[in-house]
Design a binder for this molecule. Sequence first.
Ligand code: NAD
Length: 498
Amino acid sequence: MSTERITHLIGGTPWTGVSERTSKVYNPATGEVTGALDLASAATVDEAVKVAHEASKAWGRTSLTKRAQVLFAFRELLNERKGDIAALITAEHGKVLSDALGEVTRGLEVVEFACGIPHLLKGGFSENVSTNVDVYSIRQSLGAVAVISPFNFPAMVPLWFVPIAVACGNSVVIKPSEKDPSAVNAVAALWKEAGLPDGVMNVVHGDKEAVDRLLEHPDIKAVSFVGSTPIARYVYETGTANGKRVQALGGAKNHMVVLPDADLDLAADAAVNAGFGSAGERCMAISALIAVEPVADDLIAKIKERMATLKTGDGTRGCDMGPLVTGEHRDKVVGYVEAGVEAGAELAVDGRNGPFAGGEDGFWLAPTLFDKVTPQMSIYTDEIFGPVLSVVRVPSYDAALDLVNSNPYGNGTAIFTNDGGAARRYQTEVEVGMVGVNVPIPVPMAYYSFGGWKNSLFGDTHAHGTEGVHFFTRGKVITSRWLDPSHGGLNLGFPTHD
Ligand code: NAD
């Protein structure tokens, strides 16, 4: 198996320098090393920011019509090549092809939203606020902005930000996850093909060194980050200390509450899909199933029936679930399974021994189910980010709500019930940013905004939708008077309106 060099894209061309540091990229279904990724030094980041900063000047002044034309062309190309991008995702992340295609499709929806940028940037106008004085508002681009993305959605998360940043007239330096970097390079090539001027979209690969330089560089005006909570908090604190606007989306522990009157077949399907899809490596995965008694025994029986039909294996072979992203991460998740057993949770389905339809050295763990989990156990308190679903049994709706609201994360949650009043009460009372009613993974459409509460988001602006447009622009209000024969002479008082 050959190892491909994967490098930065600066100013529309692959970087030709020699990297002092590289890291390995794996195919998680075989365990083989498939890529050698250049890790940017601070000096390489500076190169990219310089190019982006220069390019932002002309791009920010390019007409809305021309910017929208690039967006439409990019939309067509991405739609045409989404299969190629999905294949790259499966090869480096491990998720099954249909799931990879789903993530590109959700990203495509943000591009379609951004195609409407001329409408989204319309300002307000008030005529004659004072005699012959008009006031109007506009929103302008920021300059060069940074996007730092996680491994679990190598195409979709960058597409939450880049199309809107670019449509708003900014240039971008993106630093993808070092675990699955190729999808971003392929998407960057499509931007170029769509007619985006060189330098508006740049990719630097790297780790903490590259991130730290982006956070302190004076020509980076805003940072959109998605990743784990400790790094999100660090990025928010460091970026804002350096005077930047920052939106930093963090980790999650998403609870699905099942009330006794719920349709248990629907709930069991949802728990399995949302618990084990993408091997649980989704920030909106369900990892805690809160069964309001007397529902648990019946619900668990239905979940076990469904789990018995799931096939774990190579994402290119029509399986339901792929491997975990790295061997290290698989070992960490297995460590949680061991800790759960030791703490006294009931291991209802043990996924440690397969079977697995993939390479012997793949990073495998099959769907795993724990029953009788208590809130003190690490399988409940920690974000495991793997195919491990924990059932917590509670006696009442109020106990379920207490559990969800006392959790430090607040990304997504779902309630399963046939009682509209109970669902409505939950949506009002729950302290979580995205809520599903009989919908397990309530990821908002592109024209709404995506983001959690509490430790799942630092900053006040969620991703995409109109909040995204606000994040990537700054407002200006103009008060204007054109001279007219009646203009008024000297008056040093504070301006009021007449
Ligand atoms: P991560 O925090 O390890 O990495 C995210 C990014 O930060 C990567 O680009 C990485 O290179 C960089 N990074 C890592 N360590 C760093 C450090 N010490 N200093 C500076 N930068 C650093 O996250 P991950 O493992 O790639 O992704 C999984 C996490 O992302 C999970 O916690 C998941 O819940 C979260 N996530 C959240 C959302 C959301 O919308 N809230 C969406 C997707 C993923």
